[in-house]
Design a protein around this ligand. Structure first.
Ligand SMILES: Cc1ncc(COP(=O)(O)O)c(C=O)c1O
Ligand SMILES: [Zn+2]
Length: 412
């Protein structure tokens, strides 16, 4: 059983026992959940590793859910960690591993968070969950709410392409298109709606939901049989992944289950790199920027207000770094990941591979280092990122001669 001992404010040490208070009333920072894990032993570690359930719930004792019956699970987690030999040889990293989260139930890493978030919502008896999003989070909240028997309301800005929200609609979410900008009008209405209707908040401002991504750390330790990666590279927007992975590794360290933690790297798009900028300037907090358009749409975030500063601290404590890649580099990395490793990731997800390549070229990553790149979303989330030429789609006459010509044209 995951025992929540309390929530505390990482800034001013305010403490709370409430399961519905997410922000510190004194300084407005997002509170952090303390789970009592001191009683866990090596025997528990073995039991968790050997359990038949391969989902994140193998690590039940680390999550803020009291009763196993509250779990809302679609089998998320336990995703393959693949030694990508051909891609690794190409970029000069011989121990390059890809954590393939494209295979999660709704196709993105958000399922790690929302499985935990909706479990807590169910345990507390909420009847509606909500999120503002233009893509992956919307689909994920909608799916887990459906599985939990909870209604979902998803807010998106006007102009969002239907292809981005079709998944959420399919799962039965009530999708509300709001006239206005995501970071301003939509955000304001979202906050007002939370106050007015008391819906369950599934943004990264919900500390319970944020616990889900700790599962990255647990799974890597398990899958590498105790070998610790030298580097873990995560496509970064809000900073939840970096923050939560670090917390997960710290928990295992505190229990003596591992002896060191990896260096963490935040991979961002050059068009939306506030964490990289703050890291380079040595700032303790992130200065919000207006994100420009980027092919890495899912990580186009200019203001990681809730956890950006916690991610910065984790990067520094781990001895890691933060690096931005250009759209050209991201597009190349997406193609390399598909054609050399056989994994079709969305551009945002391939940012981790783009950054691995850059860090290797700069000599920061050595040829023998163990490197894990998180691939956080499926390529079919954004199919329009792939250019398909007219020629490729023009039908041929069904003769061997035309077939030969077409093959030659493709090779030439
Ligand atoms: C595909 C993808 N990768 C990575 C992220 C990064 O999120 P975070 O920095 O909060 O872990 C997101 C979400 O914003 C995403 O949709
Ligand atoms: Zn505080």
């Amino acid at each position: 059983m995951g025992i929540v001992s309390k929530l505390h404010c990482p800034k001013c040490n305010y403490e709370s026992a409430s399961k519905t208070l997410f922000r510190c009333p004194e300084c407005r920072r997002v509170l952090e959940v303390d789970i009592a894990i001191g009683h866990l032993s090596r025997t528990d570690f073995v039991r968790m590793r050997e359990g038949r359930d391969r989902s994140i719930w193998r690590w039940f004792d680390f999550f803020p859910v009291a009763k196993p019956s509250s779990r809302v699970s679609l089998g998320e987690g336990g995703t393959p960690l693949i030694l990508a030999s051909r891609l690794g040889a190409y970029i000069g990293i011989h121990n390059l591993y890809l954590k393939n989260d494209t295979v999660l139930p709704t196709g993105s890493l958000k399922d790690r968070s929302n499985s935990v978030g909706l479990s807590v919502a169910k345990e507390l008896g909420f009847d509606t969950a909500t999120v503002m999003s233009t893509g992956n989070a919307a689909a994920s909240v909608a799916a887990y709410a459906a599985a939990a028997g909870i209604k979902s309301v998803v807010m998106v800005p006007a102009g969002t392409a239907p292809s981005k929200i079709v998944q959420a609609i399919a799962y039965g979410a009530n999708v509300i298109v709001v006239n206005g900008d995501f970071d301003n009008e939509v955000a304001k209405l979202y906050q007002a709606a939370l106050q007015e209707f008391g819906w369950y908040d599934c943004l990264s401002s919900n500390p319970f939901r944020d616990e889900g991504k700790k599962s990255y750390a647990y799974e890597m330790v398990d899958q590498l049989d105790g070998r610790i990666p030298d580097w873990v590279i995560h496509p970064t927007a809000g900073g939840t992944g970096i923050y939560a992975m670090w917390k997960g590794y710290q928990e295992f360290l505190s229990l003596g289950w591992i002896e060191r933690a990896p260096k963490l790297v935040a991979a961002q798009s050059e068009a939306a790199a506030p964490i990289v900028a703050a890291f380079e300037k040595g700032l303790a907090d992130v200065e919000p920027i207006v994100a420009r358009e980027t092919i890495a749409e899912s990580i186009q975030v200019g203001n990681p207000a809730s956890l950006g500063w916690r991610a910065l601290a984790a990067l520094r404590e781990s001895g890691g770094t933060a690096v931005a890649a250009s759209d050209v580099e991201i597009i190349e990395a997406r193609a390399l990941t598909a054609t050399l490793a056989g994994i079709f990731a969305e551009p945002a997800a391939a940012t981790s591979v783009a950054v691995a390549k850059k860090l290797r070229a700069a000599g920061t990553i050595g040829p023998g280092d163990i490197v894990v790149c998180n691939l956080t979303g499926h390529g079919l989330k954004q199919p329009e990122a792939i250019r398909v030429s007219e020629k490729e789609l023009t039908p041929i006459t069904p003769t061997l001669e035309s077939l030969r010509e077409q093959i030659q044209r493709a090779q030439g």
